[in-house]
Design a protein around this ligand. Structure first.
Ligand code: FES
Length: 76
C-alpha cells in the first residue's frame, strides 16, 4: 500500500529502508523521497517507520498491514 502518494512510496519500501538502516524521516526522504513534495505523508511515514523498526524491518507475511501503515490518500 502507498504511504507517500506523491512519490509513490509503499509500505514495503519503507520496511526495506528500515531493514537497510533508515531510522528517521530524513533517512526516508533522502533514500525514497518520502515527504519531499506536499509533506502530507510525514506523520504516516514516521508511524510506518516506527512499526518497521519494531518489527526489525520485517513485515510478517501472515498478518495484515499494521494500522499505522494504512494507505495515505492526499485529498486536495
Ligand atoms: S504524499 Fe508524500 S510528499 Fe505528498
Amino acid at each position: 500500500m502507498y504511504v507517500c502518494v506523491c512519490m509513490a512510496v509503499t509500505e514495503r519500501q519503507i520496511h526495506e529502508a528500515a531493514r537497510a538502516g533508515a531510522t528517521t524521516l530524513k533517512d526516508l526522504r533522502r533514500e525514497l523521497g518520502v515527504s519531499s513534495e506536499c509533506g502530507q505523508c510525514a506523520a504516516q511515514a514516521r508511524k510506518c517507520l516506527a512499526a518497521a523498526t519494531e518489527a526489525g524491518g520485517q513485515r510478517p507475511n501472515s498478518a495484515p498491514a499494521a494500522p499505522q501503515c494504512r494507505i495515505f490518500m492526499a485529498l486536495t
